[in-house]
Design a binder for this molecule. Structure first.
Ligand code: ZN
Length: 275
């Protein structure tokens, strides 16, 4: 029998299919997840070639993420103004770490893709480890801030990883999660979901919402949990760029004037929480 990863509920319904992959929705808490998950070995090799090595594509990626990274850095410094120690889990090419290092933070990364890691180390001179969490050899309270940009939806066991993040954070330490909110789009475009590859199956193992993200962090005793809209990614294709700008800026304005009470469904969200 399959249970919901978050609430242990057993009332699960098929949500969407992408190719051979099936996503289920928990009727109790609303969590959406891939079932069954691919094996650990499959995922490990899957992520080895996940990031492109072509210089133009790397540059496109930087352009796509710049605004989100700058606004996230501002958000972090609103909470913790004095530069401290930061860990970016799944740091990719290291562009966010570069931004934080520029602001005098001690910024370390973890990246399992060799392409991203080599770029971050050799081109940007950053300190990036190849070994994923958990890292039992690291002391408790060794970071002031831990960030995960578009990582949480890829994890096989997000709750245990966030538990490890909590251990690494000092009291008052800050967690920043950036995650896609795909379900509203998948619901709207249901007949075409398989073709649109919204979940890049089997890459996304989970699809969170503000309430499921709250629940998972609350279960782990994080406090001051706040979800907002913090910038939008800029895709390179013109039509997509325009849509991202329109819905992203609309979402950001709505969040601002309602003090995060109205969060536009379907656009990426950023969640802050303190230990
Ligand atoms: Zn559930």
């Amino acid at each position: 029998m399959t249970f919901c990863h978050l609430c242990r509920g057993s009332e699960l319904r098929p949500f969407v299919r992408e190719g051979e992959w099936q996503y289920l929705r928990c009727l109790n808490c609303g969590l959406i997840f891939l079932e069954p998950q691919p094996s650990k070995e499959f995922l490990r090799s899957h992520y080895q070639d996940y990031l492109p090595a072509d210089p133009q594509e790397i540059e496109n990626w930087r352009t796509m993420m710049t605004q989100v990274f700058t606004k996230s850095a501002n958000l972090i410094q609103d909470v913790i103004p004095i530069p401290g120690r930061l860990l970016d889990v799944g740091c990719g090419y290291g562009f966010f770490l570069q931004e934080m290092a520029r602001r005098n933070w001690q910024a370390d990364g973890i990246e399992i893709s060799a392409t991203g890691r080599v770029y971050a180390r050799d081109k940007l001179g950053l300190n990036v480890s190849d070994r994923p969490l958990p890292r039992p050899e690291w002391q408790d309270n060794c970071y002031d801030v831990v960030t995960l940009f578009y990582v949480i939806e890829h994890l096989q066991d997000p709750k245990s990883l966030l538990g490890e993040v909590r251990r690494l954070l000092g009291t008052g330490g800050l967690l920043l999660l950036r995650w896609p909110h795909t379900a509203p789009i998948a619901t709207m475009f249901k007949p075409w979901v398989s073709r649109m590859k919204l979940y890049q199956a089997p890459s996304h193992l989970f699809d969170f919402s503000p309430s499921t993200i709250y629940k998972i962090l609350d279960q782990l005793d994080f406090r001051e949990i706040r979800t907002t809209i913090c910038g939008w990614t800029k895709p390179n294709r013109k039509g997509e760029h325009l849509a991202a700008w329109f819905f992203g800026s609309l979402g950001e304005q709505l969040a601002r004037v309602t003090r995060d009470r109205l969060l536009l469904p379907g656009v990426s969200k950023t969640t802050l929480a303190r230990r």
